[in-house]
Design a protein around this ligand. Structure first.
Ligand code: PGA
Length: 256
């Protein structure tokens, strides 16, 4: 596990973008797993800047998103399909046929989830998976109690997640109750997992994920068993970490 602590949200976003961009430069046809939510917006902004100003080339990159609400059409401004186009895809040179977001309107969700897993396999697996973390410790929509071996499937959201996400909807009743989500097992197969977390509101949660026991009660904690998990945090999110000074020391003393 690598824990990188940056001063604030902008620095966290730039650091994460550097990690993603270095993979895209090294492997132009890499497979990126992407996340939605407020957290990665700064990362996406920085990738767009790198595309526009530095010629970072996404033409061969393949993407898979973690999750999607059930029941929202792609055109709904709170669907994750819409979010990704609005915040990233419309602004870089990704090929539309290389973009994958689970379909929350699929007639047969189970068959669709199986198909989604097959598409990931056919693409050669995910090279780098971007992750946020929920207030309840979830990665993607793998709520507490999710099997740590789970695959892409339908999940019922917790009340906490519904409350957290209600800020994006007119009223709380409009927040979907169900989602399609990659499983914890699916995420763990990514070659690199890159989790971003900012803000004091999530300090206690990220402490559990990084320094607490590995438990299905905090699905992000399973990343402790991943061979290449990188956490990029801002100071506020890192404030409760016991080994905070050590993580900084490691970062500042990396061998060449
Ligand atoms: P947020 O959501 O980035 O909007 O805080 C993170 C998550 O629920 O995974």
């Amino acid at each position: 596990m690598e824990v990188i602590i940056k001063a604030d949200y902008d620095e966290m976003s730039r650091e994460a973008a550097k990690i993603v961009a270095s993979l895209v430069r090294r492997k132009p046809n890499c497979v990126l797993g992407l996340a939605t939510g407020s957290t990665p917006i700064g990362l996406y902004k920085e990738l767009i800047r790198m595309y526009k100003e530095e010629g970072l080339d996404f033409s061969k990159v393949i993407t898979f998103n973690l999750d999607e609400y059930i029941g929202l059409p792609r055109t709904h401004d709170q669907s994750y399909h819409y979010f990704m186009h609005d915040n990233l895809f419309n602004h870089i040179n990704l090929s539309p046929q290389n973009v994958h977001v689970p379909d929350g309107m699929a007639e047969d969700p189970e068959a669709h989830c199986e198909w989604y897993e097959e598409q990931i396999d056919e693409a050669g697996g995910i090279d780098l998976q971007v992750l946020g973390i929920g207030g309840d410790g979830h990665i993607a929509f793998n709520e507490p109690g999710s099997s740590l071996a789970s695959r892409t499937r339908m999940k019922t959201l917790t009340q906490e997640t519904i409350n957290d996400n209600s800020r994006f909807f007119e009223k709380i009743e409009d927040v979907p109750r169900y989602a399609l989500t990659m499983g914890v097992g699916t995420i763990m197969e990514a070659r690199i997992c890159l989790l971003l977390c900012n803000g004091s509101k999530k300090a206690a949660t990220i402490k559990k994920a990084i320094e607490g026991p590995v438990t299905a009660m905090v699905t992000a904690s399973v990343l402790q068993t991943h061979p290449r998990a990188i956490f990029v945090l801002d100071e506020a999110a890192a404030s409760q970490l016991e080994l905070k000074d050590y993580y900084k020391w490691v970062y500042n003393n990396k061998p060449e």
